[in-house]
Design a protein around this ligand. Structure first.
Ligand SMILES: Cc1cc2nc3c(=O)[nH]c(=O)nc-3n(C[C@H](O)[C@H](O)[C@H](O)COP(=O)(O)OP(=O)(O)OC[C@H]3O[C@@H](n4cnc5c(N)ncnc54)[C@H](O)[C@@H]3O)c2cc1C
Length: 406
């Protein structure tokens, strides 16, 4: 009888699957990393995450990724809340107040695509990672000893891969989650978000690299990304009934941008996309030898930049537990602790915070808006309150709370 190979099969070379694979391989575990995309289309993915919080930078540093990413990103210690209706800065938060809490008292604006590009280079160079690009995962079976994973390559050939554990880092459409019948509990917002990429330096109007802009009619986010050429992403909510072609018509986007910031000259629009926003958490993150991580386990609105960050936190938490199991320092009940810790973070921190963030930006009641803005000002002006606030937004609080869960 063939014995099950001592390796972990990871599905998905997104930021979560790659960080997990690197953490495992760097601790001498064997990994098979399966990715449907290939060299020809791996870097053609739509713009997504990009704000990396301090707690995540510590993890990227542990993997040897931070030094590769820093030169490709923008160090952004400060972020702003603006009131669009009044054209006023409400509050500026400076991560400098975390200088005694972390080696990284700033966020790094570095897009998901750069992270996966650099992480993929490290994964390719690591002898412990068997990287299978152009390979689509189609299903799996498990027994007491291990998992058998079914894949198909671009030539249409079906194969199986055996391993001790299977990690689904396949993103929100996870086949593993669906095969296991795990509910993805939560809701989807009616309105989609329009992301417009613009080559224009908004700092000349006083904006920081990261800005959250409240407005009862049209809230937005404004973020700076390193080029060349440098680009800024502006997010706007959209009418649920509006037609895609109309929303992304160049002239219609110009009008939106000019309403947002009248410059009198057309903006240089370099890209756009529309996306649906879900707030959902899987009812469990583990079923036997199959484990969910990242978007496969939870999805949320990008306001607050918590999706990819919390997914990378899943990866590091899970890696440490799989390493402990492989070294016989723990039995596999530690995987239930992973479920308890990371589901708690997904529900109590990521979901709660991102839902609150959207409400804050979109609030319509003038009295509530005033109260919210006063609260933000008071927090930013008081160093102790600002530190507490930033420990939460920089995701340290969620890690400390998870650590206390047994
Ligand atoms: C517009 C937008 C902006 C965002 N901004 C932020 C932000 O600023 N900060 C933040 O933290 N998060 C942000 N997010 C969320 C973030 O992009 C995701 O949380 C993150 O990419 C999830 O990483 P992942 O590795 O779990 O999944 P993914 O990034 O979705 O990667 C999944 C991988 O699995 C592969 N795959 C899928 N199915 C299969 C299969 N059957 N077989 C083999 N391979 C498969 C895919 O090709 C892909 O490479 C944003 C999201 C959006 C939409």
């Amino acid at each position: 009888m063939p014995t099950t190979p001592d390796r972990i099969v990871v599905i998905g070379a997104g930021p979560v699957g790659l960080c997990l694979s690197l953490a495992l391989a760097q601790a001498d575990l064997k990994v098979c990393l399966v990715e449907a995309l290939g060299d020809d289309n791996f870097l053609e993915q739509v713009p997504r995450a990009g704000t990396n919080h301090p707690a995540t930078l510590e993890m990227l540093d542990r993997l040897g990724l931070y030094e590769k990413l820093e030169p490709r990103g923008i160090i952004a210690p400060v972020f702003h809340y603006w009131d669009r209706a009044e054209s006023k800065l409400i509050a500026a938060f400076d991560h400098g107040v975390l200088k005694d809490d972390t080696r990284f008292p700033y966020v790094l604006q570095c897009e998901r695509i750069k992270i996966v590009e650099e992480a993929l280079k490290l994964a390719r160079a690591h002898p412990g990672i068997d990287l299978r690009l152009n390979t689509e995962f189609t299903g799996f079976a498990q027994d007491a000893d291990g998992v058998t994973v079914r894949v198909v390559n671009r030539a249409g050939e079906e194969k199986t891969i055996a391993g001790r554990y299977l990690v689904s880092a396949e993103g929100a459409r996870s086949i593993v989650r669906k095969e296991l019948g795990i509910a993805f509990e939560g809701f989807t917002y009616d309105d989609r978000v329009l992301n417009i990429e613009v080559a224009y330096d908004f700092r000349r109007h006083g904006y920081a690299h990261r800005n959250y802009i409240s407005d009862p009619a049209e809230w937005s986010n404004l973020f700076h990304w390193k080029g060349p050429p440098d680009r800024w992403r502006v997010h706007f909510p959209t009418d649920p009934k509006a037609d895609d072609n109309e929303l992304t018509r160049p002239q219609a986007m110009q009008v939106r941008l000019q309403n947002f910031l009248p410059t009198g000259k057309p903006f240089d629009i370099v890209g756009c996309n529309l996306y649906v926003v879900h707030q959902r958490v899987a009812e469990k993150f583990r079923a036997g030898r199959a484990i969910l991580a990242g978007d496969s386990a939870h999805v949320n609105s990008p306001i607050g930049a918590m999706g990819m960050n919390s997914g990378i936190h899943d990866a590091i938490n899970l890696a440490d537990k799989l390493i402990a199991i492989a070294r016989h320092e723990a039995d596999d009940s530690v995987l239930d602790r992973y479920d308890r810790q990371r589901r708690h973070v997904a529900i109590t921190h990521t979901q709660a915070q991102t839902i609150r963030n959207k409400r804050l930006l979109a609030e319509q009641d003038p009295a509530v808006r005033r109260r919210n803005h006063d609260e933000l000002r008071r927090t930013a002006d008081d160093p102790a309150l600002a530190r507490q606030f930033l420990l939460r937004t920089a995701l340290f609080e969620s890690l400390r709370e998870a650590e206390a869960i047994l």
